[in-house]
Design a protein around this ligand. Sequence first.
Ligand SMILES: Nc1ncnc2c1ncn2[C@@H]1O[C@H](COP(=O)(O)OP(=O)(O)OP(=O)(O)O)[C@@H](O)[C@H]1O
Ligand SMILES: [Mg+2]
Length: 451
Amino acid sequence: MNQKILVVDDDPFIREFLLEALSSSGSWAECAGDGISALRLISEKDFDILLTDLRLPGMDGIELLRQVKQIKPGVEVIIMTGYGTVESAVEAIKTGAFHYIEKPVNLELLNSLLEKIRQLKSLYAENRLLKESISKYRKNYGEIIGSSPRMQEVFTALEKVKGKDLPVFIYGESGTGKELVARTIWKESLRADEIFIPVNCGTIVPTIAESELFGHVKGAFTGALKDKKGLFEAANGGTLFLDEVTELPIGIQVKLLRAIEQQKIRRVGDSKERSVNVRLIAATNENPDSSLQNGKLRKDLYFRLNVVSISLPPLREREGDLELLLDHFLKKHGEKRGIGAITEEAMDHLKRYHWPGNIRELEHFVLRALLFRTGEMVGIEDLAIINRGMLSHKGIDLSPPYSLKEKELDLIKAALQKTGGKKKEAATLLGIHPTTLYRKLKALGIEPRSI
Ligand SMILES: Nc1ncnc2c1ncn2[C@@H]1O[C@H](COP(=O)(O)OP(=O)(O)OP(=O)(O)O)[C@@H](O)[C@H]1O
Ligand SMILES: [Mg+2]
């Protein structure tokens, strides 16, 4: 690409000489004899480069440089100095000149400077394009954070389903955000002002699953002492989130399908049907294809629920999201520097780790990191304590005298101390289920209040 150069010198011979030299080397050049006319030309036309003498009548080269940088900051300036004083050259560079060149001008040197500017400009342009292409990716959708291409697909699906009363089927490994996505869909739906009921089908006792979902009437079975509404009736007008839907007994799946198709339910032991109007969102962390194959999910129900499907990628497949999420969780839990609080070395490990518990595991990691870090920053030496799995393949010394049992004890004590003895909160900090913590406390003979 030809560069457009404005040459400014009060000596007409030098102007002529440079004009010819520049034109013959493929540039497109114009001349001015003083600063004022140079400024006028610069503001009227698009120049890439200003090549100006330092000493000019009226406005000098440095002042011209200053003013050009104000009106056209993209124009690169080379100052010519006949006096070779270091001071003026330094001042020129400080004021924003690209470089200076001594008079008489060495054409070879000038051409190499021009070439450098050309390369730099194309680098800038490339950089700008790159930035634009990055910023095309949104970094979140409501509370759902992620800028990876995989998450952009999720955001597109969410955008499409917004305001539509369709069933949605969400699939994703544990901790990938299925419930967060379900709630987001509900909040953006026509039923946003109506109730949202999440149901973990995995925790429903199979024998009472029908009564849980559809209710029962008094005397329907032993223990049915009075009429009871089921979840469908409770969610009437609103949204029911059937989490771990493949855990529902097959017989109940048939009844569920009927309820969806006919928008009617029958309480256990009742003879009459009742109309219900419920929007369903279902989720599973098992691959639906395998669930269909191994008979845990009825095909007809799946097709009914899977009008819109959203597949949430595991964290290890979300390019770039780890940094974004770490930064978010660190700030959320009080570390102002965000990701700046993790050393590069530790970050390397986190990137290589496979995060089987996905975003939930990541947030628990952050909580523990903030609690147990030994220095200002979260460093590699902390990772062994925070999450043993992260370093297990790195040959880090985890052996006695500091045994795993002792480490566990220390972690539990620290968590209980931090939470003032509250076991449930301590369990969350440790990333384990409260019952696991109770069991461990019992085994270790610890009384939480005594800590
Ligand atoms: N993309 C995300 N951005 C911010 N927070 C997220 C994101 N995904 C998940 N989380 C958070 O991680 C935690 C786990 O998410 P959620 O409970 O929705 O996962 P899940 O897929 O339902 O897990 P499970 O299969 O174990 O039930 C929640 O605290 C949620 O708010
Ligand atoms: Mg869930």
